[in-house]
Design a protein around this ligand. Structure first.
Ligand SMILES: [Zn+2]
Length: 383
C-alpha cells in the first residue's frame, strides 16, 4: 500500500559515501545463474517445498499464519541454504537470523505484535585480525512479508510474497560463492575495503495499513527498525563510531514485483548509477542464450537511458518501507513499478495473476546485481 505524498519534503540528503566498487559478472557467470539455479524450480508458486508457496497465505501481523511464514524464512536460512557445507570445520561465517519483535498501537488494537526478520552474512576480515567484532558495510535488500487485512482473503502475491521469495532465491544463488570468496581471502590474505562488504536481507512486517494509509498506520516494521538502528552505536571498519544505519551501504527495496510488464523508473539520483548497472544486466543478458524469458527490447523492466537520464527523480513522492531509512540519509534503490499493476490491493493479486516469465527474469536480475555488488566475479561458477 502506497500513497503519493503531496508535500514536497526538503530533506537534506546526507548520503553516505558508497564503499562499493561493483564488478560486473562475465557472460558465462550470468549464464550459470540460470543453469545452476533455474528460478522457477525455486519459485514455483504451487510447490509447497519451494521458496514462494509458503508465503501465499493471509499473513496479518501477530497471527499464527505470520509465525508460519517466519518459520519458513528461519528454516531456510538456518537449516536448508547451506546444506552440504560444513561451516564449523571451515570456520567461515554463515547466515545469521535475528528477530526484531515489538508491539505497537494500530487501528485494530493497541498491542499488536510485529516481527521484522533480519538476516545477514558478513565476511570475516581477511586483514586486521583484531577487527573481527567491527561492523562492516552491508548491502541491504528488503521486502515486506505481511499481507493486507482487507479485502478479506487477500494474499498479496506481488505484494510482496514474490519479492520475499526472490530475496531467498538470491541468497541461495550467492551462498556458495560467498563461501568460496571467503576461503580464497583466508588463504591469500587479500583484503581491501570491498572485501568487507556484507549482505543484509530484511523481511519487514507491518508495511500495510490496517485501515487507511497514514504516517502512523503503515510501515510499522520499517519505522521501528530504522529508529532502532539510528540509536545503535557501532564501530565501523574504519574505527569510527557511527549509528547502525551507517552500516547500510545501499538500501534496495523490492515491492509489487511479479506482474507482467513492469516498468521501474530511477527514483533517486544518488543511486542512479546502480539503477543503470541493474538495467545493464537485463540488456547484456538478453544476448545470452537461455538466461531470460523476455528477450525483446520492448519488455525492458527499466527506463531507457534517454528517458531516465532526463528523469525527474521521483524519490520521496512514494511512501514505502524505505521512507524512514531514506529520511535518515540512507541511499535507496527502490524497485517498484511506477504504474502499479492492475491487481494491486485487489483479490486478484493471486497466483493466477502472476507472470512467471517476469518472476523468472526478476530473480536473475536481482541475483546478478547482488553478486556484482558483492564482487563475486570469479566465485560464482561451481568449479
Ligand atoms: Zn500493499
Amino acid at each position: 500500500m502506497k500513497i503519493i505524498v503531496l508535500t514536497s519534503w526538503l530533506i537534506l540528503s546526507v548520503s553516505i559515501a558508497f564503499s562499493n566498487a561493483y564488478m560486473p559478472l562475465k557472460d558465462t557467470e550470468l549464464e550459470s545463474i540460470a543453469s545452476q539455479f533455474p528460478p522457477l524450480e525455486y519459485l514455483n508458486p504451487l510447490d509447497d517445498g519451494g521458496l514462494l508457496q509458503p508465503f501465499l497465505i493471509v499473513r496479518i501481523p501477530g497471527t499464527e499464519n505470520s509465525t508460519k511464514v517466519q518459520n519458513h524464512v528461519n528454516d531456510f536460512f538456518i537449516k536448508q541454504i547451506s546444506q552440504g557445507q560444513n561451516s564449523s570445520s571451515s570456520e567461515i561465517p554463515m547466515w545469521k537470523v535475528t528477530h526484531d519483535s515489538f508491539q505497537d498501537s494500530t487501528p485494530i488494537g493497541d498491542n499488536i505484535t510485529f516481527t521484522n526478520i533480519c538476516v545477514s552474512r558478513d565476511p570475516e576480515l581477511a586483514i586486521n585480525e583484531g577487527d573481527k567484532a567491527r561492523t562492516r558495510k552491508r548491502l541491504t535488500l528488503a521486502a515486506h512479508y505481511d499481507s493486507k487485512l482487507y479485502p478479506e482473503g487477500f494474499i498479496g502475491a506481488i505484494d510482496s510474497a514474490v519479492p520475499c521469495a526472490i530475496l531467498m532465491y538470491v541468497a541461495k544463488v550467492i551462498d556458495k560463492a560467498l563461501t568460496r570468496k571467503q576461503a580464497f581471502l583466508n588463504e591469500n590474505g587479500v583484503g581491501n575495503e570491498n572485501n568487507q562488504l556484507g549482505l543484509q536481507i530484511l523481511f519487514l512486517d507491518g508495511e500495510e495499513a490496517f485501515h487507511e494509509w497514514t504516517s502512523t498506520d503503515s510501515i510499522y516494521g520499517a519505522r521501528h527498525l530504522a529508529a532502532r538502528m539510528e540509536n545503535e552505536d557501532i564501530e565501523n571498519v574504519d574505527g569510527l563510531i557511527g549509528s547502525g544505519l551507517s552500516s547500510i551501504d545501499t538500501f534496495v527495496l523490492l515491492d509489487l514485483l511479479g506482474a507482467a510488464n513492469p516498468r521501474i523508473p530511477s527514483y533517486f539520483s544518488e543511486t542512479h548509477d546502480l539503477y543503470n548497472s541493474m538495467r545493464s544486466i537485463q540488456k547484456r543478458g538478453r544476448n545470452i542464450k537461455g538466461l531470460f524469458q523476455h528477450k525483446r527490447r520492448e519488455s525492458n523492466f527499466f527506463s531507457s537511458p534517454s528517458v531516465s537520464e532526463n528523469v525527474h527523480f521521483l524519490g520521496g513522492t512514494l511512501g514505502d518501507d524505505h521512507t524512514p531509512f531514506w529520511q535518515r540519509g540512507v541511499p535507496v534503490l527502490h524497485l517498484i513499478p511506477n504504474k502499479f499493476p492492475p491487481q494491486w490491493h485487489h483479490l486478484t493479486d493471486d497466483v493466477d495473476h502472476l507472470d512467471l516469465r517476469t518472476v523468472h527474469d526478476w530473480a536473475i536480475i536481482i541475483a546478478a546485481f547482488t553478486a556484482e555488488y558483492l564482487e563475486l566475479t570469479n566465485f560464482i561458477l561451481d568449479q
